[in-house]
Design a protein around this ligand. Structure first.
Ligand code: SAM
Length: 318
């Protein structure tokens, strides 16, 4: 059916993200010793503006994520929604920033692939075993559960199952939670993403949600981005919410979140540590600066908080 084709195209987007990150890492934009285990070869060259865009995305999201973990003194849980082949769990472990528990959710077929890589690569499995206290680690084809890391195969549009699965693996509604979605909500209808965001606000009294995705999509450049994805059968069902920074914030403010902020990536990029930005801008020559500006203008980070424990979450920013 059409739904199957388009879901399959959505699942394939995690390989694009991993391939682009892998290439940028090979050029020295940032370090990630784990990504090589999820995609073996560096693959075809990516344009310098793409690499700079991924650099901004990774640095920008990590800035807020790390700030939350430090604010809660690691006494928290992280839930990466539509995590794909993301390597954040291993980075946090290495940087001594591991939360009480790190959860990931993606479609069962994506999760099965990730678990296969973990099972067969000691560099990936060792940190999971090291942080686990007993020898009864759950590891089957469709889920992995250890003390500190859990991967769940579930459709994010099916909230009842998602909630049930997360609770089965000891998600703790009383513990501050960081929810993260990177290029994920855009593949759902506005109603479906609102339900998800609403579920999160209902489940936790103290939480932060970080969402990275397209914005300012109503102009000509946005139209071209949509057409490029459609050519690969990928429907941006949620593109309506990607109209503006305000519509990004509204999704949260209408569903029980107390505070929301959103910045386009031109702004985020300009607020990143400028010595490091200068370093990466020397890695590859970029002839047309306009190209990077256009790309950054069409992505955003939106973050929302609710803070019953008064941890000061609404102050987290760039
Ligand atoms: N967040 C990862 C990253 O930034 O590297 C992966 C991004 S990839 C563009 C989008 C991911 O969201 C894919 O892995 C896809 O399978 C997942 N995804 C999209 N819709 C989903 C849904 N309804 N349920 C579960 N996963 C979903």
């Amino acid at each position: 059916t059409d739904t199957d084709t388009s879901d399959e195209a959505v699942r394939a987007t995690c390989d694009d993200a991993t391939a682009c990150k892998r290439f940028a890492i090979s050029k020295g934009y940032w370090k990630d010793p784990y990504i090589q285990y999820f995609v073996r070869s560096v693959g075809e060259r990516k344009a310098p503006e793409i690499n700079r865009g991924y650099y901004g995305r990774v640095r920008g999201v990590n800035h807020l994520l790390d700030a939350f973990i430090k604010k809660t003194q690691r006494d928290c849980q992280v839930i990466n929604l539509g995590a794909g082949l993301d390597t954040t769990f291993w980075r946090l472990k290495d940087e001594d920033l591991l939360p009480k528990k790190y959860f990931e959710v993606d479609f069962p077929t994506v999760v099965a692939r990730k678990i296969h890589y973990i099972k067969t690569k000691p560099h990936l499995s060792k940190p999971i075993i090291e942080t686990h206290s007993t020898d009864s680690l759950l590891l089957d084809a469709h889920s992995l559960d250890s003390d500190r890391y859990c991967i769940i195969g579930s459709d994010l549009r099916d909230i009842a199952t998602l909630d049930e699965q997360l609770k089965k693996y000891h998600l703790n509604p009383e513990l501050p939670a960081l929810l993260l979605s990177e290029c994920v909500l855009v593949y759902m209808t506005p109603a479906q993403s609102s339900n998800l965001v609403h579920w999160a606000a209902n489940t936790f009294h103290t939480a932060m949600f970080i969402n990275y995705e397209q914005v300012n999509m109503s102009d000509r450049f946005g139209q071209v981005m949509i057409e490029n994805l459609q050519r690969r059968q990928c429907t941006l069902a949620g593109v309506e919410v990607c109209r503006s920074l305000d519509s990004q914030k509204d999704r949260f403010l209408r569903t029980g979140w107390d505070h929301a902020d959103a910045l386009d990536m031109v702004t985020v990029y300009s607020m990143l540590p400028q010595e490091d930005v200068a370093r990466i801008e020397r890695l590859e020559f970029l002839d047309e600066k306009e190209l990077l500006q256009q790309l950054l203008q069409h992505y955003s980070i939106c973050w929302a908080t609710k803070d019953k424990l008064s941890l000061g979450l609404s102050q987290l920013a760039f």
